[in-house]
Write a protein that binds this ligand. Sequence first.
Ligand code: SF4
Length: 287
Amino acid sequence: MKIAVVSGKGGVGKSMIASSFAILFSKRGKKIVACDCDVDAPNMAIWLGIRKSKLIRKVKTSKKSFIKNQKEAKKCNLDPKICKFGAISLENGKYKINRFLCEGCGLCNALCPKGFGLKDVENAEIRIVNTKFGFPLIFAQLYPGETGSGKIVDETVKEAEKFDHEIMIIDSSAGVGCPVNASLKVANYAIIVVEPSLSSYADMKRVLRVIKYFGIEFFVLINKFNLNEKVSKKIENEFKDRIIGKISYSEKLIDCLSKFKTAFCDEKIKKEIEKSFENFLKKLNLK
Ligand code: SF4
């Protein structure tokens, strides 16, 4: 079974819930593998109190253009404007590629194959940690300025699959882009973490469209609910039996995180997460 923890908006507590649920499942004796697919900003490890990790492998899931032969490139006489990403420039009669702007669409290579090449580039690495809670955490880190995050999620899930497990907890990226699609397409269940702000509520609706597209059963957890009880109530009324719990805002959690402690270091938050977890198990008819 794969459970994806998602949110429309970033910073709402998704990684905190994913890591806490992984710990609670593990305490129940379930074989867990945690998979942090938030490749732009993987921080599930921090919520699990981990500082060090080991490289599994580097991945190449994106392509970049390069100047294969300057003379041949000049013969083609391509207008740099053919690149809609502004990655090609012509300076003092020489073509140049800005690798940070190149999206690897391959147009320059198709129009001038002898002058412009296209190659696979290392854009991320997949790492592993054996947590003190008895389960492995697999996560990927996208290199700064790189693309291809959806395919990196595919590779990360593939690595996580290699570990014996009953439940995979996937900490998805926020938003509705490729890495979110890649996390949701393999999930059996989704937990949407939302905070009671209008922006989080609006972004939640967007991610819900993706969840419905994939036909995944979903549940909703309201984090920091006491910051705006009116919006919180609105979410509760709208999603009724989909709601698995409400977690309070806690300044102590910031302190816990900075000391590499889990969310359970705040006793009140611990109880609220445990209650949400129990509700989730009931919804799934799990023990
Ligand atoms: S591969 Fe596409 S994005 Fe990259 S430089 Fe060529 S045309 Fe531009």
